[in-house]
Design a protein around this ligand. Sequence first.
Ligand SMILES: [Zn+2]
Length: 529
Amino acid sequence: MNTPASRSTHWADVAADRIIRERGDKDLYVCASGITPSGTVHIGNFREIISVELVVRALRDRGRNVRFIYSWDDYDVFRKVPANMPRQDELVAYLRKPITMVPDVVGDAGSYAARNEKELEKLLPEVGVKPEFIYQAERYRRSEYAEGIRRAMDARELIREQLNEHRSTPLPDDWWPASVFCTSCDRDTTVVTGRDGGWGLRYRCGSCGNEETVDLRETGAVKLPWRIDWPMRWKQEGVDFEPAGKDHHSEGGSFDTARRTSAEVYDHVPPVTFQYDFIRIKGRGGKISSSSGEVVSLADVLEIYQPEVVRYLFAGTRPNTEFAISFDLDVLKIYEDYDKCERDYFSEPATEKARKKREKQARIYELSQVDAVPDRIPYQIQIRHLCNLLQIQDGDMDAVIASLGDVRPDQEARLRRRGACAWNWLNDFAPEDFRFRLRSPADEPLQLDAGLTPAVRKLRDLCAAELGNLPEKDFGNRVYDVMKEEGLESAVFFPAVYRILVGKEKGPRLVGFLHAIGRDRVTALLDRY
Ligand SMILES: [Zn+2]
């Protein structure tokens, strides 16, 4: 069944082949990703990490040994108190300090940075992403980058020229490729005043007046600016591949300058890269995420999409294409597309043309799996049908599984996850006319037009005798017979039945709906007219 990865034209496979071609035959390929945790990590950031993960898989499918690193750039400065955070006054005192020193005012994560880090780290394994995390604040504080920082100091003039190449205002004469967190007040409100021998760096703090010389081999106070920090770490970790967002990949953007600095200062051939585009969000209306404010996070997406479908969204779209993650009715279409992809994977194509077409989908399906591809096809249930069943059972997934009657134990976990997502979607985002609550025999009976009563009674008798016994199509014909015998138009009869069942004039397609509700409950609801 498997599609040989080497024959695939999937974008992740193409990238993997390019890495091997350009970096040569190596014992180990280092693939890197990273962002700053100076806010909730949003789904656009997730695109970077999942893009790398997919390429990592493609390399591993080629039998290659890969180190997948994810770098938290958490030695960044706390520049602004986010508007949605509590205890604003307290947080103001931490401005200009590293984000790892800012307290976590909403939980017990240890710091503001750690909170944002842990939120994502907890979720990533759920979508099959398991990198090795690197914490930049730790690295800097342990002076692990001393060598790299010193090289930047030595190459001060060359780096200045590299950066000036893309600047309209040249860097000032007193510019240094370093920023220093004052060891007395922890703020980066400092100016470098010179060097002292090879390893010493002098600075003065504008906040507290502290002046001193630190030794790069011992201090944790000196940090490289982003455009230099990035290539320094490529060298340090031997990075072979790292993609970057559109913003970094613009002309003269940080990737351009990092490429030069990497080659000319750090003597490291810049990694293979590609650009990934932005993610739009569609159909969320005014719903504000409880955890992350206005920002849509991976957690928000996983509320609505099961993990395989989240991966499918990214695996099925080329990284340099902008796309929307939808929370509206498109959710159903996405699930249907995924299910179709799954059926294709587990089917035997009849013709050569079908086989070719299937191969592409099959590779997307493989890459969409959190772990290995299941041995047998997972339980397939149309998402619309599942939504109906859930509403009939008032969200009780045990009852839904029992009513299906044919779910194997090994299929349950995935199905339950889908059920939870569908239920969240119904409650938070589904359009009103998609939602219903089945009436209960304990509810007040409706006032029915007298002309409808005989038809409803006949329908009840038909359901009591045949619902679930006759094939669905035959049962449907009998429902129409009842309607015609009583001389009713469907525009009159159907709304009446829906009102009895769900208190609204419309609902899911009636015959299937009656089957989904089941004979006993249907009869109990029709019985009172
Ligand atoms: Zn200070």
